[in-house]
Design a protein around this ligand. Structure first.
Ligand code: ARG
Length: 572
């Protein structure tokens, strides 16, 4: 795969500057930044050179601009800066051809080839409702996994189910009290039982003790306890799988905490050898220099049963052994920051240097999420509600002749899911946000539906124009609006790489909004000025060039939306 157009020009600019300055390219690479659009595309400041060269920055810039030549770039000095602008040709044709030929794969590269990233995401707890933090983990994790795949990484996506631990004991003893025997395979029923049992355990220590005892039996390998566990687990997994299929999310591995049952002893031994453990109120804790008020890292409770941290330690080591990862990412709520800090600290103290390649990809909370059904937020209910609300919009728009579709229910599902995904991913993951149905579902705001509409609009223009042309003359695309669309398209590969490096899908979300805005000013430009009437106007050659640009926009929008896990209906 040849490097993306934008980075190819950028690299050439950096290398030419470095050569002229007599320094290695790596030394100045980070100084070359996107330029203020009025001045070009790339910009290099000369202030840092002034001291060594004993010359004023503008003089340095002028001399550099004189000497540096790169085919396809117009290089000029502006005060202390050396600016480079993509020459209309061949840049225009290169960008359009790259997007059109790569289609939904546009934006990718092979910088990650040969590398492996392990991703722990979604990871709901069995017999408990999938809550909003699991939705965030699923949606963000899916996008981050897609971003890495686009860059050529091998992705090992793991759904680390919460399928072991005391909370399972709660479901089990709760079922003895409140369960209906014939409803063991009914997820909604299990959730109800869990909610009741959880409440009761908080008030009644003896009940809580029964739950612990059940879990102890599970860890001891009691056949009866394990049979029940297995059955409930299967009910949950079946339910989760239905939801993942609906969301279009797939995992390479569905292996939860129970995967580590019986595999924790060697890890505890290693910790006691390498770091040290001690007893604290009958429990086994890692012997670390804890800060005041810091809860200790528990490896075993006073009854000998293992904990969340014990299993995560075993899992981290196991994942390293199996996958030899270059990165291991945990897409988990910020609420668990302490857990991951401690996990990493223990691994470090064990001398497990791979810990430096592990990242807690944290995310903030969502407020205001509720459904008409009431307050326990079930993901299925949220998705159904999204579809129902989208259906209302679809029907209204069909009536008004704004939308054409032969499958309104499918379209409503695509718009509904797009609303949930984009409504989440447009926010920087670390920030909390307030969920609002009207914010995530409207056709003109910063929404998934708006972007899906922009994509469908491009498809529609192409249909009306008789399809995308096989050949066209890129030199005809001289309107500033056309060059703006082009520049937005050109940026996607850069955005994808930055988004993957920082595990921040919101970069792609924002880029999508920029491209859609540029495209919208492009095709509405003609409304004020007949000479600019775009795309379907003009002589045949101009029309062909404009259709080619529209086709490139369509491909780039589809690529960005697909990275975020959002469907791209061609008609809406
Ligand atoms: N099941 C946990 C929860 O629902 C999330 C697990 C995150 N992954 C991990 N390796 N700890 O809170």
């Amino acid at each position: 795969m040849s490097p993306p157009v934008y980075s190819r020009y950028r690299t050439a600019f950096v290398e030419a500057l470095a050569q002229s300055l007599g320094v290695p390219a790596s030394e100045i690479d980070s100084q070359v930044k996107p330029a203020d659009p009025a001045h070009g595309d790339l910009s290099f400041p000369t202030f840092p050179l002034a001291k060594a060269q004993k010359k004023a920055p503008p003089a340095i810039a002028a001399a550099l601009a004189q000497g540096v030549k790169v085919p396809g770039l117009e290089i000029v000095a502006a005060g202390p800066y050396v600016n480079a602008k993509f020459s209309p040709m061949p840049f225009t044709a290169e960008v359009i051809d790259a997007a059109r030929s790569q289609g939904v794969r546009y934006g990718g590269s092979d910088v990650g080839a040969g590398k492996t990233v392990v991703m722990d995401y979604s990871s709901p707890n069995i017999a408990k409702p999938i809550a909003f933090h699991h939705i965030r983990s699923t949606v963000i994790g899916h996008a981050v996994a897609n971003l890495h795949r686009a860059l050529g990484y091998r992705v090992e996506g793991i759904n680390y189910l919460g399928d072991w631990g005391k909370q399972f004991g709660l479901v089990a003893v709760g079922f003895q009290e409140y369960g209906e025997a014939d409803k063991r395979q009914d997820m909604a029923h299990l959730v109800q039982v869990y909610v009741k049992a959880n409440k009761r355990a908080e008030q009644e220590p003896a009940f809580d003790e029964r739950a612990r005892d059940f879990f102890r039996r599970m860890e001891a390998g009691d056949a009866e306890a394990l049979t029940l566990w297995k059955e409930f687990r299967e009910t949950s997994v079946r339910d989760f799988e239905r939801i993942y299929a609906r969301l279009g999310v797939k995992f390479e591995h569905m292996e939860g905490e129970s995967f580590y049952q019986g595999k924790m002893e060697p890890v505890i031994e290693e910790i006691s050898r390498a770091v040290g453990v001690k007893e604290s109120q009958g429990a086994t804790i890692v012997d670390l220099a804890y800060e005041e008020n810091e809860p200790p890292v528990l490896l075993k409770k006073n009854d000998g049963s293992t904990l969340y941290a014990t299993r995560d330690l075993a899992a981290a080591i196991d994942r390293h052994e199996r996958f030899h990862f270059d990165k291991s990412l945990y897409v988990v709520a910020t609420d668990q920051a302490l857990h991951f800090r401690q996990l990493f600290r223990v691994l470090k103290a064990m001398g497990r240097s791979f810990v430096d390649r592990m990242v807690h990809v944290n995310f903030g909370r969502v407020h205001g999420m509720s459904t008409r059904q009431g307050n326990v937020v079930l993901l299925t209910d949220v998705l159904d509600e999204a579809r129902a609300r989208a259906r209302t919009i679809v029907d209204k728009n069909i009536e008004e002749g704004k939308i054409q579709t032969d499958d309104p229910e499918k379209l409503a599902e695509q718009i509904g899911l797009g609303a949930i995904f984009f409504g989440d991913l447009k926010n920087r993951r670390g920030t909390d946000y307030t969920f609002d149905w009207d914010d995530v579902l409207n056709l003109t705001g910063h929404t998934g539906a708006y972007l899906q509409y922009a994509h469908a609009r491009a498809c529609n223009i192409l249909r009306k124009g008789g399809g995308a042309p096989a050949s066209y003359d890129a030199t005809l695309l001289t309107l500033p609006e056309e060059q703006a669309v082009l520049r937005a398209i050109a940026r996607l590969p850069v955005v994808v790489q930055e988004a993957a490096e920082q595990q921040e899908p919101s970069f792609v979300a924002r880029w999508l909004l920029d491209l859609a805005a540029a495209f919208s000013s492009y095709y509405t430009a003609g409304n004020q000025d007949r000479n600019k009437r775009v795309v379907l106007e003009g002589h045949d050659a101009l029309k062909a060039a404009r259709l080619a640009l529209t086709d490139a926009t369509r491909a780039a929008l589809a690529a960005g939306l697909t990275l975020l896990g959002i469907a791209t209906p061609e008609n809406m």
